[in-house]
Design a protein around this ligand. Structure first.
Ligand code: ADP
Length: 452
């Protein structure tokens, strides 16, 4: 069943039940009040009759019969019942009233109630004990058929049925308007999504002149999602094209050397040596490229985070560098417990990338420092190399971006190091920044929050 039909059906059914409940309650409340008022009326009449009897104790049966007729209700009868159950009199306004009243027993208890007559009509019945002219206690039963009330209730019933039916019309219309109001944006969304999938488009929903409700939020979120997907898709496209371009160069070099060897390798041992070295170096380069690309993909997945002592980690990494490179590498820290919440391997990767870059792009000493300020830990790598021009500083964090392509290639750079470091830093809720002046060197700062 369509959502539109469901909404309409549910709202109509709900209102129908509500109307039925309200109408039925009003109907029965009205009946109860009206019936009680009829009973009160009849009780007053019965009181007046018994009072007149009490004022005239010597009254004969004929006189009593006349008196009874005077008090006879419009649609009812009066019975006088003796102790043995026999009736002294039971005059009725009409034969039908007489017949429809249930049999009456002798009783000395006063009562007033509504009974259902044999013709289905309700009857108000009052019973009262009185002293008859013979001195014996008899039961007076006064009854009145509630004809007027019955007619009023019938009229009320039809009024409620017609009013209920009339009330349902706007309810059905309101249901249709509501479902239209709710479903139009959803249908627009479905249509745009289908269109985007079918024609490989990045179409968004027009949000002009829309009231700011939950549906607006849904459409806005959809538009944001489209932006996000398009950005990512474009980035992936650029990445794939850059990656294939980067891989093409070493493959081309390997291929050229292979062809050279094929043609002149046998007679030229010098060329053989040079070719093997070049092929080996290009294979290393391809290996590094592939490894870094895999690392980029892997770092997108969230790693397990633990408490890491950045002080110890930095010291260990610097020791490794000191052993591998004969460079002046200084390290200092201003606190002991430099704990961050993170993944040890990934943080080591960032430290490694920053120090390796300083080594690659400078030839002087390198200062590494670690400090704790308020709730942040700052890891800084300062070199005194060529530096990075201001306008390039933001772009060096992009994948495959290199300031000086030839130099970076000579030093074995791939243009992926800082992109990897940046992603890892973001995963650790930190920040990676650079400050650099051409000719004076660069300072890379990694800020990470202290483990809480
Ligand atoms: P690469 O593998 O080329 O070093 P990175 O992503 O690590 O790639 O760095 C991107 C570019 O930023 C480098 O090619 C280089 O031009 C520049 N760069 C990075 N670190 C430094 C530095 N310490 N000094 C000068 N330039 C740097």
């Amino acid at each position: 069943m369509k959502l539109r039909t469901k909404i309409q059906l549910f709202s109509s059914l709900f209102m129908l039940v509500l109307i039925l409940l309200v109408n039925t309650s009003i109907y029965f409340l009205f009946y109860k009040t009206a019936a009680d008022s009829e009973l009160d009326q009849l009780t007053l009449q019965a009181d007046a009759f018994t009072e007149t009897l009490a004022e005239n104790p010597e009254i004969t049966n004929e006189e009593a019969s006349d008196l009874v007729k005077a008090y006879l209700p419009t649609n009812g009868m009066i019975r006088v019942i003796q102790e043995d159950g026999s009736k002294i009199m039971e005059p009725a306004r009409a034969e039908e009233y007489y017949r429809s009243l249930p049999e009456a027993d002798y009783t000395t208890v006063e009562s007033n109630r509504i009974v259902s007559g044999q013709n289905g009509m309700d009857i108000a019945v009052i019973t009262k004990p009185v002293i008859w002219n013979t001195g014996e206690i008899v039961t007076i039963q006064i009854s009145d058929h509630l004809v007027q009330l019955e007619e009023t209730m019938n009229a009320l019933f039809y009024v409620f049925v017609i009013a209920g039916a009339i009330m349902l019309v706007p309810v059905v219309i309101a249901g249709a308007v509501l479902s239209r109001f709710l479903l139009n944006p959803i249908q627009k969304l479905i249509h745009t999504m289908k269109d985007n999938t079918k024609h490989a488009k990045w179409e968004k929903i027009n949000l002009e002149n829309r009231s700011r409700d939950e549906l607006y939020e849904m459409e806005k979120t959809f538009n944001e999602m489209i932006d996000y997907l398009r950005d990512n898709f474009e980035k992936q496209e650029i990445f794939v094209s850059n990656a294939s371009h980067e891989l093409k160069t070493p493959i081309q070099i390997v291929k050229s050397y292979a062809q050279l060897l094929e043609r002149r390798g046998d007679e030229n041992p010098e060329l053989l040596k040079e070719s093997i070295e070049a092929i080996d170096s290009e294979a290393d380069r391809m290996k590094k490229l592939v490894e870094q690309m895999l690392l980029l993909a892997k770092n997108k997945q969230s790693a397990t985070m633990k408490q890491v002592d950045l002080g110890t980690l930095s010291e260990e990494t610097i020791t490794t560098f000191r052993r591998a490179y004969s460079r002046e590498l200084y390290f200092q820290k201003n606190a002991e417990d430099l704990l961050v919440q993170g993944n040890r391997d990934q943080l080591e990767q960032v430290i490694y990338i920053l120090i390796e870059n300083a080594i690659k792009y400078s030839s002087d000493k390198i200062n590494v420092s670690l400090s704790k300020i308020n709730n942040d830990i700052f890891f800084q790598v300062r070199d005194y190399g060529d530096g990075i021009p201001e306008e390039e500083q933001e772009r060096i964090f992009d994948r495959f971006y290199r300031v000086d392509k030839a130099r970076s290639r000579d030093t074995g750079g791939t243009g992926l190091g800082l992109a990897i470091a940046n992603i890892i830093t973001e995963e650790h809720s930190g920040e990676l920044t650079v400050s650099s002046k051409p000719g004076q060197g660069s300072t890379f700062t990694l800020r990470l929050p202290v483990a809480g």
